[in-house]
Design a protein around this ligand. Structure first.
Ligand code: MGD
Ligand code: MGD
Ligand code: MO
Length: 779
């Protein structure tokens, strides 16, 4: 804990709210929010939350239901190419609900429920009840179901590979060896992709205390050493004095294989551990030594692929074998071509080191990605809004949305199976912003023209809202009561309604309840409960669940009185799959062999055209610096933004303060800037064959040569160039990224495999319109 620790403060009497970026005390005057203050129990509060104050009630706020003009005048499917450009007509709630209900009924009757896409991927808000996707999915299930999406943009490739190798995904991701264990016991923390302090500001579902950075610092003070393999120096938090290995992006699997090669060559691998806990090592070893394919995966081999000297790799392997080592792989490694391979290779290497199950040793997935990863806590489960049953079986891997819309009734493969894309007529989105999160946005813009109707719940005029046919304005966390009830955090917080809803905004729940009434399914949607009754049900059910695990939570009235509670944290640091390590026969993993699968026979049995290898292997990414023939010679890293969560609050004061002349910074190494005659502060265009993105140049040796960095999150501000390319005036890097799946097996997003070029933008700078509302027609 650093000096910022405040155990009580002058704000203790103000109402509480919780967000994905932390818990705050809210100050309001005359029904307007004037400030958000740190929560006294938060040792390292994030400033991100303050960004909402000036935009809660600003011109970018959606205050009434609206319908795109030609959709309203001529019906579904009209001028879908005008989405994002046409004016909206303001309508009453009753008119909007009637339109939505009759359009859903039409699509159901004419095409069946599978023609409704309710994937609605994204983060929405932190309260347990007003979780927009849970509301949407429950509602759509009440009317007969919807085509869903599986997995995330965060780590889709890991979600597919981990069940094969370690038996499940969620348990591994949120049952990792805790950072307390790292702080107490790790001697060498080897990180691929860093431990970026900026990302620990975030916790999906909310948090009470930002503790992770403090724990890393504690490990350092105890004497732990840190190595960061990453294209960006600041990916490892500064306070731990890490040694930086500035590897070529996309080369991690090669380095991991070479580390395995060194262990084998010097007989440093733990053969007893391998025999007792894993299956398939011999076939992997034959691949690593080159016995099976003629290519030894030696340090020299990896050096030419990664730009990390062979001697450095060899020394690292020896240090890893002789220290208590935590091998940490970031989630970002999964968001690139063959993103499953670095994870499989890392698990294999950690198995060879034989430290899985020991305090501070083994492998970790995404330490530092959020405040929840490696959080020491009671392993509890809490109640969530029941989803009902989806009567439709169709699904897509989440990042295949453009493929689905553009190629209805065609086949795709995923995790060894064969499936067909449904023919989608209606898209319903509540929570999440595909015009932020998806790759190759020009392709998405075309795909988005396919459905006849797009219905969106949003609170602000972001790019998604502007691309809707029917937009229904929802409340924010400050305008409704809720509970922060996050099983991955020791705090529970009663979130208060601080101000009345702005304009005619309504809670997602009430919007769905009213549409459900029009569609005669109100009883099954609400079960006779209003929001308060549901929240009480959620809390009381969760309290019972906790009691079953021996954890006593206060009753609801006491909780309301204090506002928050912190559940006691167990003294003994949590260790991943400790029970399996204790006794692999009694507590086998949920894999085909019950052991760690260095070779997966299940994957080996997949059809040949699925192009899957039975163990971790090196595959050259489709786009990377290793391909000297590519006409674009800079690797673009589009990582998480410091000043916001994705696109949320991009229009707020905190995010705007991080921009330069209203646009996003693009960071480039001094050598690359000099070679191009570029200077700090230049307005530049980042481009490739897919699109163009404007930004302002920052010259810094924080990035390695040949790499440029541009954070995600800027609201797409589109402009078409004379030759028909999508240009973002503001700085959304997803106009540049490609829309290919990570692999035929995992089908995740691969945004981080992306090459670009950067030149000065010599035309007159186009004016910024990202935060302007569309033209609105009132009747
Ligand atoms: N190039 C590139 N692209 C990436 C990534 C990358 O690293 N590089 N990262 C990817 C990752 S990891 C992720 S998780 C995604 C994130 O992508 P998203 O999760 O889609 O991004 P957000 O901006 O958080 O979208 C949340 C939306 O929900 C809305 N919202 C908030 N509260 C409510 C509510 O109560 N009700 C309703 N109806 N709406 C609400 C917000 O206004 C916002 O528009 O982006 C992915 N895209
Ligand atoms: N402030 C803030 N925090 C966030 C979020 C946010 O939007 N804002 N989003 C949250 C979400 S949804 C997620 S999923 C997590 C994501 O957590 P991460 O995936 O860890 O986050 P990123 O910032 O995308 O990537 C971390 C770093 O990986 C490095 N990297 C990229 N490619 C490679 C590579 O090929 N090899 C190696 N070794 N390194 C590489 C980049 O330099 C990058 O800065 O962050 C969460 N935290
Ligand atoms: Mo994510």
């Amino acid at each position: 804990m650093d000096e910022k620790t405040i155990l009580s403060s002058t704000y203790d009497n103000l109402p509480l709210t919780s967000t994905h970026w932390g818990t705050y005390r809210v100050e309001a005057v005359d029904g307007k929010v004037t400030a958000l203050h740190p929560f006294g129990a938060d040792s390292d509060p994030s400033p991100i939350g303050t960004g909402i104050v000036d935009v809660l009630d600003s011109p970018a706020r959606i205050k009434m239901p609206m319908v795109r003009k030609s959709w309203l005048e001529h019906g579904p499917g009209t001028a879908t190419d005008k989405r994002g450009q046409e004016p909206f007509v303001q309508v009453s709630w009753d008119e909007a609900e009637t339109l939505v209900a009759s359009e859903l009924s039409r699509v159901k009757t004419d095409f069946g429920n599978k023609a409704i896409f309710g994937g609605s991927y994204g983060w929405a808000s932190a309260g347990r009840f007003h979780h927009a996707q849970s509301q949407l999915h429950r509602f759509l299930n009440c009317i007969g179901g919807y085509t869903r999406s599986v997995n995330t943009y965060s780590y889709a490739a890991a979600e597919v590979i981990l069940p094969h190798v370690l038996g499940n995904f969620g348990g591994m991701m949120y049952g990792q060896t805790s950072l307390e264990s790292v702080a107490n016991s790790t001697e060498l923390f080897v990180s691929f992709g860093g431990f970026p302090a900026r990302n620990c500001q975030i916790a999906s579902g909310g948090t009470g205390d930002h503790s992770q950075v403090g724990l890393m610092q504690k490990a350092r003070q105890r004497g732990a050493e840190f190595i960061s393999v990453s294209p960006i120096r600041s990916d490892m938090l500064e306070r731990v004095d890490a040694e930086w290995l500035a590897a070529r992006p996309g080369s991690d699997t090669a380095i991991l294989l070479a580390l395995a090669h060194c262990l084998l060559a010097e007989n440093l691998h733990d053969t007893d551990f391998l025999a007792r806990y894993s299956s398939g090592f011999d076939a992997f070893a034959a691949y690593v030594t080159g016995q099976s394919d003629g290519v030894p995966k030696s340090a020299e081999w990896a050096a030419s692929l990664s730009d990390i000297p062979a001697a450095t790799i060899r020394t690292l392997a020896r240090r890893m074998a002789s220290s208590r080592t935590m091998l940490s792989v970031s989630w970002s490694l999964t968001r690139q071509d063959h993103g499953e391979q670095p994870y499989w290779a890392a698990i294999t290497l950690a198995t060879m080191l034989g430290q899985i199950g020991l305090p501070g040793g083994g492998v970790g997935f995404g330490y530092g990605a959020t405040n929840s990863v490696g959080m020491q806590r009671q392993m509890l489960n809490f109640a969530a809004l029941p989803q009902g049953k989806n009567a439709v079986d169709d699904f897509i891997p989440v990042a295949r949305i453009s493929d689905m819309l553009l190629n209805p009734e065609t086949d795709f493969v995923y995790d060894g199976g064969r499936y067909t894309y449904p023919d989608i007529r209606l898209v319903y989105w509540a929570g999440g912003n595909p015009f932020h999160h998806h790759q190759d946005l020009q392709r998405l813009v075309s795909a988005w023209q396919k459905p006849e109707t797009v219905i969106v719940h949003e609170w602000c005029w972001n790019t998604l809202a502007k691309h809707a046919d029917i937009i229904l304005p929802c409340t924010t966390h400050l305008e409704r009561p809720d509970i922060m009830l996050n099983p991955r955090d020791p705090f529970i917080v009663m979130m208060e309604q601080v101000v009345p809803p702005v304009g005619e905004a309504r809670n997602d729940y009430d919007i769905f309840a009213n549409i459900a009434r029009h569609m005669k399914v109100e009883d099954s949607f609400t079960e006779g409960r209003d929001m308060h009754a549901w929240q009480e049900w959620m809390y009381e059910t969760s309290r019972d669940m906790a009691a079953e695990k021996g954890v006593a939570l206060p009753d609801l009235d006491s909780l309301k009185q204090k506002g928050w509670v912190k559940i006691d944290v167990p003294d003994k640091p949590h260790i991943m799959i400790e029970d399996f390590i204790d006794d692999p026969v009694v507590n086998p993993l949920n894999t085909a062999s019950g052991k760690i699968e260095i070779v997966s026979q299940t994957i080996a049995n997949f059809d040949d055209d699925m192009n899957c290898s039975p163990h971790a292997i090196w595959r050259e990414p489709s786009e990377w610096l290793g391909n000297a023939d590519d006409k674009f010679s800079l690797h673009l890293i589009s990582n998480q933004p410091q000043t916001k969560l994705h696109s949320q609050l991009d229009h707020g004061s905190h995010s705007r303060a991080g921009k330069i002349n209203q646009r996003e910074p693009v960071t480039m190494h001094p050598d690359d800037a000099a070679a191009r005659g570029l200077h700090d502060g230049d307005l530049v265009q980042v481009f490739n064959d897919r699109g163009i993105c404007l930004g302002v140049l920052v010259v810094s040796d924080d990035v390695r040569p040949d790499v440029v960095q541009m954070a995600t999150g800027a609201w797409l501000d589109p402009m078409m160039t004379a030759d028909g390319k999508l240009l973002c005036k503001h700085g959304n890097p997803n106009v540049l990224t490609h829309d290919l799946g990570t692999s035929k097996m995992t089908q995740g997003p691969a945004a981080l495999s992306c090459l670009v070029e950067v030149t000065k933008y010599n035309d007159a700078p186009p004016s910024m319109t990202a935060f302007d509302p569309p033209e609105i027609i009132t009747r």
